[in-house]
Ligand binder design. Structure first.
Ligand code: F0G
Length: 452
């Protein structure tokens, strides 16, 4: 360990193979200072006592009075070993359930015993973001940051606000005015974040927050932050853990800023290198049709990782066209209403690692799938339900077989977006609408209605 308390077995490394510059973990960078590309956290595995099999981690369940063993992120700390224990931050994240759900599976067209729902909405702030924040705030603490910021479609801001007050850090969140579900906005305000509503969309906020952070020296907590993605790897570890250390055939994940899908590919590549898994699952990333940059670039324009040298011109031309059209994304799944995903290049790498595919689903499909997860499972927010809608399409198309094992990552809690849920049911907007029935205050009439 170095004097600053971080391990010399980890460093930050530019993902551009023609640059490949490395930097100490004691720096807060978020983009390569030499070439501007994204950074990874990389490890010298020879210097880290990684367990010889994943199931060894299970021993930590016996010492759950140790908050790091209780954490569903830090229980796997050997696989994200970039800082000393004294810096590790936890609010009890990662106590999430991987549920076998045959009824939702049947809706998607799967055979019984095949579909697993990974409920990341069960995290303390109600979304998967807490996995990443546990890691990123630990890094922030290690480097002595005192003030932080993020742009958000809502969940990042809620999670950042929660962890910021846990560690005593000042925090500012940027959100697009009118682009955030109320459950999320209520959390940011309640947890004490300074909330700035910009007249623009998420992509505008993302651009502004980067300038604000570099101008004012604030610690940036968006998924450009490579330490955040290290925490999000743990979602995959927990799926494997809860399936008896077996990898499913497919992971299905919503695609927004593409942090999760980037982290998941990295997690599997590392587990494979370490000999902790023998095969890597395939990955399906699901966009909303109103925010389908990745779908367009991969499926229509043929963009690929290409050994770390994706065709920049394809990306530049696509964004120039969005700009020329004044395009702003629109979907009821506000969490993934993003047209310029910051992790685009990293996700191309994940697609390469996982033999991945990308699809887009409509708002109507998302809302119906969300109602099905609510009716037969623990519920989720709209962006999360894109996974079920996408899976249904992929099974209908024969891309995923009905007897393959699939884990859908349900990224956020159903209470995040009550307006959409109430509208769907009360206004009978979909196949599964379940509106309340009005009744006079009359016992006979009430009994008649209940009997029906
Ligand atoms: N699902 C939910 C519930 C989200 O909040 C997000 C992203 C995603 C999926 C997409 O994940 O970015 O890893 O592809 N929410 C961010 C936010 C953008 O600001 O809360 P991704």
């Amino acid at each position: 360990m170095t004097a600053q308390g971080h391990f010399d077995a980890a460093c930050q490394k530019c993902i551009n193979p023609d640059c490949a510059a490395t930097f100490d973990c004691g720096e807060a960078l978020f983009k390569c200072p030499r070439c501007g590309e994204l950074l990874d956290v990389v490890y010298d595995w020879d210097k880290i006592p990684v367990p010889s099999k994943l199931s060894d981690v299970a021993a930590r369940w016996a010492s759950r009075d140790n908050s790091l063993d209780f954490s569903g992120v830090w229980r796997f700390r050997d696989l994200l070993d970039f800082c000393g224990d004294q810096y590790k931050v936890t609010v009890g994240e990662g106590q999430t359930i991987c549920e076998l759900n045959d009824a939702v599976g049947a809706y998607a067209g799967m055979k019984p015993g095949r579909l697993y729902l990974q409920y990341e909405g069960l995290n303390p702030s109600g979304s998967f973001k807490d996995n990443g924040m546990a890691a990123a705030f630990s890094h922030a603490k290690m480097i002595g940051a005192s003030s932080c910021a993020c742009a958000s479609t809502g969940n990042t801001s809620a999670s950042v606000a929660l962890y910021a007050h846990k560690v005593g850090m000042k925090c500012t969140v940027f959100i697009g005015a009118g682009r955030i579900a109320f459950g999320k906005l209520s959390q940011a305000m309640d947890y004490g974040a300074r909330t700035i509503q910009i007249k623009g969309d998420f992509d505008d906020c993302m651009r502004q927050v980067q300038s604000v952070c570099s101008e004012l020296g604030l610690y940036l907590l968006n998924s450009l932050n490579p330490f955040r993605l290290e925490g999000q790897k743990s979602i995959m570890y927990r799926i494997i853990e809860q399936r008896g250390w077996r990898v499913p055939d497919w992971i299905v994940v919503p695609g927004g800023n593409l942090g999760n899908s980037s982290a998941f590919g990295k997690a599997f590549a590392e587990l494979k290198v370490l000999g902790l898994i023998s095969r890597i699952p395939r990955m399906a990333i699901i966009n909303a049709t109103g925010a389908r940059t990745l779908t367009d670039l991969v499926n229509e324009k043929g963009l690929r990782w290409n050994g770390g040298r994706p065709a920049q011109k394809i990306i530049d031309d696509y964004y120039a066209d969005l700009q020329a059209r004044g395009f702003s994304p629109h979907t009821c799944a506000s969490a993934i209403e993003i047209a310029r995903p910051v992790n685009l290049k990293k996700v191309l790498r994940s697609i390469d690692i996982c033999n991945g595919i990308v699809r887009a689903v409509t708002d109507r499909q998302i809302c119906d799938a969300k109602a099905v997860v609510g009716m037969h499972g623990l519920g989720c927010e709209p962006a999360s339900a894109a996974t079920i809608a996408g899976l249904k399409d992929l099974i209908a198309a024969g891309t995923i077989g009905p007897d393959e094992t699939v884990a859908c990552v349900l990224t956020g809690h159903p209470l995040k977006d009550p307006d959409l849920t109430v509208g769907y049911h009360k206004e009978k907007r979909g196949r599964f609408s379940n509106p309340p029935v009005e009744s006079p205050n009359d016992l006979a009439k009430i009994i008649e209605l209940v009997r029906k």
